[in-house]
Ligand binder design. Structure first.
Ligand code: UDP
Length: 348
């Protein structure tokens, strides 16, 4: 099998590439603007990497859609701060550029594995979100946070329609707060404040001994899913035994790993302060509360709960997540402690 992965250096892309090369005989053709997370994949004989941009390298993409069996367009902005600050960039990249790839799959009759998102459910009041039943509930237009959700939702609908009218073979998957090594860069740049997802944001704050900020009290909840669990499910979706996953949507998340943002902050702080590698820290982050309008701006609106139903993935794929929250956080923190911990206490 030949797999085309656009955005192969991203959090999902690089982890998937590594697993594919280790466990299968599949070939990967990968495009990305950077290669810093690709490690040993880069020298592998079944890994064909090209540095490039999906909005520029159109001919390369068309040629490789034609050449490959399965197409995974993973290029997207997926950080809430960017939805609020640069909503048009989110629309142009996440929707417009990806639509072109979807159309190439239609043109060449290729199977498309598309990353939808748990964000499409928005503020859905259901206890568990179900792929084919839950309503997708978004806020008003002046809350530009929803541009990501709306862009992904419309693409989901377009892909569905191409399946319905033109026989496009596709599977949509919806990651629920996946975490793990190589999630986001741990940054010391104040300009990038809030540009990471919550776990890496908190790890950055701990590394800088700066306050960990709970947005609007931090009682909102998420279900955190360890990357290895998510990738295990994706591998089965790529494999698509007996072609029975075509035309399906799958939530990929861990409903047992639900925690409030506040609990998350406390767990990470405790793990960090108790780690022998942080012995040189003479001061540690406090946990404080901030208003969302000060942290993100007026265009933000939050989601209080987001729990996936994974009944479909269990039934059709035989998949269940295995890694509990504490282990997932520990492994994630461990990676950053090993690669990015400042050796002197930052002076602020
Ligand atoms: N959040 C927070 N402090 C931060 C970053 C995020 O309290 O420094 C909150 C954010 O408001 C949201 C949750 O953490 O309720 C998860 O945020 P994330 O950026 O990971 O993305 P989301 O799950 O909302 O897509």
């Amino acid at each position: 099998m030949r797999l085309l992965v656009l955005g192969v250096n991203g959090f999902i892309g690089n982890a998937l590439a590594e697993r594919v090369l280790n466990e299968t005989d599949w070939e990967i053709y990968g495009l990305d603007i950077r290669a810093d997370k690709l490690g040993e994949c880069l020298g592998h004989e079944r890994f064909h990497y090209v540095e490039g941009d999906i909005s520029i390298n159109r001919e390369w993409i068309e040629y490789h859609v034609k050449k490959c069996d399965v197409v995974m367009p993973l290029v997207a902005i997926a950080t809430p701060m960017t939805y609020v600050r640069e909503p048009l960039r989110v629309f142009e990249l996440d929707f417009e550029e990806n639509l072109k790839v979807v159309r190439l799959c239609v043109k060449y009759g290729k199977r498309l594995l598309f990353p939808s998102t748990s964000e499409v459910y928005g503020m859905c009041p259901d206890i568990e979100f179900k792929e084919d039943e839950s309503h997708l509930v978004l806020g008003p237009i002046n809350k530009q946070r929803w541009i990501y959700s709306a862009s992904k939702q419309l693409l989901d609908r377009v892909i569905w329609a191409y399946g319905f009218q033109h026989g496009l073979k596709f599977t949509l998957f919806r990651p629920f707060n996946w975490i793990g090594p190589k999630l986001d860069e741990v940054t010391t740049d104040p300009e990038k404040e809030g540009s990471s997802r919550v776990v890496t944001q908190f790890i950055s704050s701990l590394f800088l001994a700066e306050p960990i900020r709970l947005v609007d009290g931090g009682l909102q909840k998420r279900c955190f899913t360890y990357i290895d669990d998510g990738i295990a499910c994706l591998m089965k979706i790529v494999e698509n035994k007996d072609e029975k996953l075509n035309g399906q949507i799958f939530n990929i998340g861990n409903p047992r790993n639900e925690a409030t943002v506040k609990e998350l902050a406390t767990k990470l702080k405790t793990m960090f302060t108790n780690d022998p590698r942080t012995g040189h820290f003479t001061k540690h982050s406090e946990i404080i509360e901030v208003f969302s309008k000060d942290f993100y701006g007026e265009g933000y609106q939050d989601i209080d709960r987001r729990v996936p139903s994974i009944a479909r993935a269990k039934e059709m794929i035989g998949w269940e997540p295995k890694v509990d929250l504490d282990t997932a956080l520990k492994k994630t923190l461990d990676y950053y402690l090993a690669t990015s911990l400042p050796q002197t206490l930052p002076v602020i």
